[in-house]
Unconditional design. Sequence first.
Length: 199
Amino acid sequence: MEITQFVVLLCFTSVFADSLIASNDECNSDNYPFTKIGNKYYLVNTGMKMNWFEAAHVCRTYDSDLATIESEAEMNALAFHLTTNGQLGKYFWTSGSDLALEGKFMSLSNGRPMTYTKWSGGQPDNAGNNEHCVHLWNVNNLLHMNDYPCTGQGYPICERRKPSKCCDVENCINIMPKCALSKLLQTYLQTASIFNCVG
Ligand SMILES: [Ca+2]
Ligand SMILES: [Ca+2]
């Protein structure tokens, strides 16, 4: 590589690094319409009751998915939020269902078995052989899960996806070799063809 080509490559490296930093700032500043509850961002949508399928669609319109509660801490944070907003008595849809295989509850949002459950007493009971979708309900002033008819009515709790375009410093370092080097190589090849142009 000639020195001039190397200098140009360094310039493009610097510009690309700056663009990464800028996009990172943009991503961190805009969480609307989601609210931070515990360590995740949710949209608790109590505008209209709907069935589980409609709830999943509504979340997708916000580029999000029905909530997947993954720990006692996340459950407690949601319970606290719903209690303080006077919404604990409502039914809320989550991403869980055993639609694919009876008794095997999976998250529609991440395609994996539910890693955390907090069923209320006697649940899941698949009542009437027709309960395949997981909602949250209040039992003895505590938020629990229940399997419920997917065509029943509830409100969606949407969960913001983990930002894929954004990255913290640690993730940027991991991503750099995959995406940045490819772009830098393309840039270099374009630059090299300019340098080799004799016309
Ligand atoms: Ca079921
Ligand atoms: Ca049930």
